[in-house]
Ligand binder design. Sequence first.
Ligand SMILES: Nc1ncnc2c1ncn2[C@@H]1O[C@H](COP(=O)(O)OP(=O)(O)OP(=O)(O)O)[C@@H](O)[C@H]1O
Ligand SMILES: [Mg+2]
Length: 351
Amino acid sequence: MAERKKQTVVSSGISGLDEILRGGLPASNLYIVQGAPGSGKTTAALQFLRAGVALGEPCIYVSLSQTRAELEAIALSHGWTLDGIRVEELSASDSINRAADQTIFQTTELRLDETRKAIESAIEEHKPSRLVYDSLLEIRLITADSPRFRRELIAFKAFLAQRNIVALLLDTQTYETDRTGEEVDGIAHGVIRLDKSLEEYGGVRRRIEVSKMRGVPVADGYHDMAIREGEGVVVFPRIVPGAAARTVKPQLIKSGVDTLDEMFGGGQESGTTTLVIGQAGTGKSTMASLYATAALKRGESVGLFLFEERIETFFRRSEGLGMALRQFHEDGQLILRDFNPNEISPGEFGQ
Ligand SMILES: Nc1ncnc2c1ncn2[C@@H]1O[C@H](COP(=O)(O)OP(=O)(O)OP(=O)(O)O)[C@@H](O)[C@H]1O
Ligand SMILES: [Mg+2]
């Protein structure tokens, strides 16, 4: 059978997202990034352009919704600069303000024309490989009627395609625009959704979904993400149990206490999960530490994840019971992490 030709992809600038996309965004296409205000669209878009700048590609950020100063502030909050990114700020441009003075009937066509011309001439002049358009909401507001908006988008897509540009169009989702979203989705090569929700308790839960990507078998569904200072948008691809795990031969894991191991028919079988239940102070942690210590002494590596205790507390408690684990931790044989369950998503924990 003929080998399938791999399509050229470009990095999205977000490593977890590239993984979900099986490498990156197919080159020279138009993508829509949807999300509520504050969901991370601008941050993700800046990462996309910065990845281009790192490769020496000309990049352009067309902004109808944010001023250059606002963009700079977002970049600065992560310790980034906009160096190498051309920012085309249209909201404050004279042409649009002039158009706004015209009568109602002229306004729509004039404003669309002026906006389109400004963007097209910036593209012709700068010849970018990557482009960000922030956001479609402004064009929606100018056009009001969706067929006009759709035609505008189709024309823009053709314009970009002729110039081999990879474009991210940011789409701010408000309650009213949810309806028109679907029509826009049909025009784009791919659609990425950023989701932000509040749980009953704890921090905001951020998730990403690639709801459409033509010709790519993406990892579908929600993947947890976070916005971190200095890193921007970080994506944690969902872990799907692989076939490889099933081919490993099970072994018996011993606790080092013969009577306990006997109770389990020789030990705990590897590749299985055992839930240890008991009232406070009945010895659950101690029992877990037994297994860990026995494995470490056999030269195996151990991972311990703590949700209730700090690492230091854990060390002191196990030392009090005669189990010295500190050295194994320093040597890297014991991996120890403490988490606050309210502040971490399942996806991030999985990573
Ligand atoms: N330095 C930072 N560290 C961590 N999180 C940050 C930082 N700066 C901003 N954020 C978070 O990122 C969110 C803003 O992301 P961004 O501006 O990319 O959203 P957006 O989708 O473009 O919003 P809008 O639709 O309003 O333009 C903020 O609401 C804040 O929660
Ligand atoms: Mg924004």
